[in-house]
Design a protein around this ligand. Structure first.
Ligand code: AMP
Length: 273
C-alpha cells in the first residue's frame, strides 16, 4: 500500500497511472466503504482511496473533534479491499491556503442542506479539490448519502469535471441498520432501537407501491410512529433523487428519505420505491 500525505507527491505518482478509480472517505472504514472500494477495484486498473475528515463539512455544534480516527485499521481494510494507494492529507494540506468555495444551488438547499447549513458547500469544495488532486477516471459514492450524490453529480456536470460518477447501494447490518462510522456513538439500547429506521423505510416504500395515491397520509402516520418510538424526526419524505425535491409521481424515480435523531446520534437513510 502506498500512502501519500501531500498533493504534490500524489500527483507525481498519478502521472504514471491510467484507469484510476477513486473512493473518497472520512475514514473509520467499514464494510460499506469496503464495498465501494471493491467495486472500484473490479472496474479500474488502479484504485485510490482518500481518508480526510473534512472540517469544512461539520457545523460548529457537530462532532468534528470526536469523529472516529483509526488510520492503521483503515489502511488494513483498504489493503484487503484491493486499494493500491491511499491519499491521507493533513488539514493544512487540504484547506490551509484555499480561497475558493464551491456552492451548488438547488439540490443542496433542502433536507440535509436546511438542517446542516454550509454542510454541502464544505463537501463540494473538498470533493472538487480531491478531484483536482487525484484526477480520477471514475469516482464512487454511496447512496446512503443520497443528497450528497445529487450535489456531486450537479457539481461535476456544471464544472465539466471529467470523471464518471458511480453510485453504490447502501450496505447494511444484519438487522438492516445502514452501516455508518457514526453508529459507534450509539449505546447498546439505542443500537437495538436504530433498526426501526430501515424497518419503517421499507414499510413506507411497500405501502406507497400498494397505494401510491396515499403518499401524504402514509408519510404522516410513519412520522408519528418515529416520534412515538422516541426518535426526534428531522424529516421523512419522498423525493426525486436527482433534484432532491418532494415527488408524488409514482411510478418514477423516487426514494423515501429520513433523518432522525436517537439520543445524540443523527441517523440518515433512504430506500428506493
Ligand atoms: P464517509 O466516510 O462517511 O464520508 O463515506 C464515504 C463514502 O462511503 C460516501 O460516498 C458514503 O456515501 C459511502 N458510504 C458510507 N456508508 C455506506 C454504506 N453503509 N453503504 C455504502 N456506502 C456507504
Amino acid at each position: 500500500m502506498k500512502v501519500f500525505r501531500t498533493i504534490r507527491e500524489f500527483r507525481e505518482y498519478r502521472a504514471e497511472l491510467t484507469g484510476v478509480g477513486f473512493v473518497p472517505t472520512m475514514g473509520a472504514l467499514h464494510l460499506g466503504h469496503a464495498t465501494l472500494m471493491e467495486k472500484s477495484v473490479s472496474e479500474n486498473a488502479v484504485t485510490v482511496a482518500s481518508i480526510f475528515v473534512n472540517p469544512l463539512q461539520f457545523g460548529p455544534k457537530e462532532d468534528l473533534s470526536k469523529y472516529p480516527r483509526q488510520e492503521a485499521e483503515d489502511i488494513e481494510l483498504a489493503t484487503n479491499a484491493g486499494v493500491t494507494a491511499i491519499f491521507c492529507p493533513s488539514v493544512e494540506e487540504m484547506v490551509g491556503s484555499i480561497k475558493t468555495s464551491v456552492s451548488v444551488s438547488g439540490v443542496s438547499e433542502f433536507f440535509e442542506g436546511e438542517k446542516r447549513p454550509g454542510h454541502f458547500d464544505g463537501v463540494a469544495t473538498i470533493v472538487a479539490r480531491l478531484f483536482g488532486a487525484v484526477c480520477p477516471d471514475r469516482a464512487y459514492f454511496g447512496f446512503k448519502d443520497l443528497q450528497q450524490c445529487a450535489v456531486i453529480q450537479q457539481m461535476v456536470t456544471d464544472l465539466c469535471i471529467p470523471v464518471e460518477l458511480r453510485f453504490v447501494e447502501t450496505i447494511r447490518e444484519p438487522d438492516g441498520l445502514a452501516m455508518s462510522s457514526r453508529n459507534a456513538y450509539l449505546s447498546a439500547a439505542e443500537r437495538g432501537h436504530a433498526a426501526n429506521v430501515y424497518r419503517i423505510l421499507k414499510e413506507v416504500a411497500e405501502k406507497i407501491r400498494v397505494t401510491p395515491t396515499e403518499i401524504d397520509s402514509i408519510l404522516d402516520s410513519y412520522r408519528s410512529e418515529f416520534t412515538l418510538l422516541g426518535f426526534e424526526l428531522d424529516y421523512l419524505e419522498v423525493v426525486d433523487p436527482k433534484t432532491m425535491r418532494e415527488s408524488r409521481n409514482y411510478p418514477g424515480s423516487m426514494r423515501v428519505i429520513v433523518a432522525a435523531r436517537l439520543g445524540n446520534v443523527r441517523l440518515i437513510d433512504n430506500v428506493a420505491i
